[in-house]
Design a protein around this ligand. Structure first.
Ligand code: FE2
Ligand code: FE2
Length: 184
């Protein structure tokens, strides 16, 4: 399947989005969320999602779809590119509001930013999983091994630049999940 590498990323991203939904409920009920949950969440959204995963889509996957004749400056790909920009902007706001929360204890901006992120990313992942990736699997079915090899090469390049490995981010996600389960 041509989107295998990207779907694997989505599974990991969905775990973080779920953890953010739990964080949101905890914040709304007045619980304190420690830095050990918030900062790894920001690291994941800025680096794994925005740099690595969106880098794979933008540098390798969308151009490959373009080569099959799908327009890249309009239609679904243009919408996805615009949504990546929105994701980056919300993540940037969320970093600011998380720092503000950690220093002042005021959760309002953080609650608003996490809620926007969860909604936006939930919709983005749904559109890719159920619309764009289905189209891509048909268009790229003859070249799926090459597609996944190219995606994995971009992943390695991006993670190398960050000084990280995939295992680092898989561990980070597990840590976030276990830290959250300790709050009650
Ligand atoms: Fe995307
Ligand atoms: Fe994606």
């Amino acid at each position: 399947m041509a989107t295998e590498s990207l779907r694997k990323d989505h599974d990991l991203i969905e775990k973080v989005v779920k953890a953010m939904e739990v964080t949101l409920q905890l914040l709304k009920s007045g619980k304190t969320i420690p830095e050990s949950i918030l900062m790894p969440t920001i690291d994941f959204t800025k680096n794994f999602t925005d740099v690595c995963h969106h880098g794979k889509e933008e540098e390798s996957f969308f151009p490959a779809l373009g080569q099959t004749g799908m327009p890249t400056n309009m239609g679904p790909i243009a919408v996805m590119l615009m949504e990546h920009e929105i994701t980056r902007k919300i993540a940037l706001h969320m970093e600011g509001s998380a720092k503000e929360y950690l220093s002042s204890g005021s959760a309002d901006a953080l609650i608003s930013d996490i809620s926007q992120y969860v909604d936006h990313m939930g919709q983005h992942l749904w559109k890719e999983n159920n619309r764009l990736f289905m189209m891509a699997e048909m268009r790229l079915s003859g070249v799926s091994d090459k597609m996944n090899a190219d995606l994995d090469a971009v992943e390695k390049k991006k993670l190398d630049q960050l000084g990280k490995s995939r295992a680092d981010y898989e561990n980070l996600v597990q840590n976030i999940q276990s830290e959250i389960s300790k709050i009650n």
